[in-house]
Design a protein around this ligand. Structure first.
Ligand SMILES: [Zn+2]
Ligand SMILES: [Zn+2]
Length: 160
């Protein structure tokens, strides 16, 4: 039988440690950005699953993880996911050559490009149209905030 240690992640999505049970690795704030760190979902309080350990097996290998986008226990986006969504929408809203309808298309479809769902392909096509129209500077800005959290297939299309 194995179990997950809780991971400790800052509100911006930097992974501090994948084993928050070891208090020598835990800090109340992130050393990269200064944000508060959490080891459980703010919505449902379930721990954020980190390193998986099988009992009785001494495993000294490191364990790399990227911050998960959604809480698998309540389905809500984690704080860093919400921050990235908000930041991407803010960039698009500052773009002069987009219409209101382009901006609405972007914000309505953005949550479907974060993970693979039946709606991901359509959402990717729609977002891609908006980004093409917005131009390369805006696309680069959106890429910066979304590349870590969007689905692999989406990355290949939007940010090749
Ligand atoms: Zn941080
Ligand atoms: Zn949750």
């Amino acid at each position: 039988m194995g179990f997950h240690h809780p991971a400790l992640i800052c509100l911006n999505g930097h992974v501090i440690t994948t084993n928050a049970d070891n208090s020598s690795f835990t800090t109340p704030y992130c050393s990269k950005c200064g944000k508060k760190t959490i080891s459980s979902c703010p919505n449902c309080q379930h721990q954020i699953d980190g390193k998986y350990e099988v009992q009785g097996i001494l495993d000294l290998t490191g364990y790399d993880m990227t911050a998960p986008a959604f809480c698998p226990y309540c389905g809500k986006p984690y704080p860093w996911t919400q921050l990235a969504i908000d930041a991407a929408i803010a960039i698009i809203n500052e773009t002069d050559n987009l219409t209101e309808s382009d901006k609405t298309t972007f914000s309505d479809n953005i949550s479907d490009i974060l993970s693979e769902t039946p709606k991901t392909k359509l959402a990717t096509i729609r977002i891609n149209k908006v980004l093409k129209k917005a131009g390369s500077t805006i696309t680069a800005g959106v890429k910066d905030v979304l590349v870590e959290i969007c689905a692999e297939s989406v990355k290949r299309v939007l940010f090749p």
